[in-house]
Design a binder for this molecule. Structure first.
Ligand code: 5GP
Length: 177
C-alpha cells in the first residue's frame, strides 16, 4: 500500500480557494459566468469555490477520459459526458482539479472555443509544470506542485482517497511494479 502524505493542509487549500474566488469575483461580477467542472476530480474544489464566490453564476459539468491510476496520459481525449448548457456568448470558466501534461484540458478548451463563448478561462487547483506537454494558460491557479501523484480534496487513485480533506500525495503510485 502506498503511503499517503500531506502536501497542503485543508487550511492552506482553503486560503488558496479564497484567493481564487477573490480574483474570479473581481473579473466576473455582473457577468453571470458559466462554471464548467471537469468530473470527477473537481467536485470538491467547485463546491468550495462557488460558495466562496457568492456571486450569481451557473454550473455545468463535463467528464473527460482520464488515465485513472496509471502514471501516463494516453494523449487521446474522449468526452464521456458533455455539458448541456449552450456556451455561445457565455463567459465560461473551466474548473479542473489538476493540470498534468495539459493534453486533456487543452483539447476540451479547443472544442469549447469552437462553440463561440464570449470568453473562456481556465481555473485549476494544481498544476505540475515539469510534466507539461502542451502550452496552456492557467488563468486562475492554486498551487504548482512537483511531479508526485496527488490524491485527496476530490482527487483519486482508483476511486480511493477522494474524501481526504487535505491535498496529499502517494509516496509510491499504486499499480506501479
Ligand atoms: P493531463 O491531460 O493534464 O495529463 O491529465 C489531466 C487529468 O489527469 C486530471 O484532470 C486528473 O484527472 C488526472 N491527473 C493528472 N495528474 C494527477 C495526479 O497527480 N493525481 C490524480 N489523482 N489525478 C491526476
Amino acid at each position: 500500500m502506498p503511503e499517503v502524505k500531506v502536501m497542503f493542509t485543508r487550511e492552506e487549500v482553503g486560503r488558496a480557494v479564497e484567493r481564487l474566488a477573490t480574483d474570479i469575483r473581481r473579473d466576473y461580477r455582473g457577468k453571470n459566468p458559466l462554471l464548467v467542472g471537469i468530473l470527477k476530480g473537481s467536485f470538491v474544489l467547485l463546491a468550495d469555490l462557488v460558495r466562496s464566490l457568492n456571486i450569481p453564476l451557473e454550473l455545468d459539468f463535463a467528464k473527460l477520459s482520464s488515465y485513472g491510476c496509471a502514471t501516463e496520459t494516453s494523449g487521446k481525449v474522449r468526452v464521456l459526458y458533455r455539458l448541456t448548457t449552450p456556451v455561445k456568448g457565455r463567459h465560461v470558466i473551466v474548473i479542473e482539479d489538476i493540470i498534468d501534461t495539459g493534453l486533456t484540458v487543452s483539447c476540451f478548451l479547443e472544442a469549447l472555443r469552437r462553440r463561440k463563448p464570449a470568453s473562456l478561462k481556465l481555473c485549476a487547483l494544481l498544476e505540475k509544470p515539469a510534466r507539461r506537454r502542451t502550452p496552456i494558460t492557467i488563468d486562475y491557479l492554486g498551487f504548482s506542485v512537483p511531479d508526485k501523484f496527488i490524491v485527496g480534496y476530490g482527487l483519486d487513485c482508483d476511486e480511493k482517497y477522494r474524501y481526504l480533506p487535505d491535498v496529499c500525495y502517494l509516496e509510491e503510485v499504486c499499480g506501479a511494479p
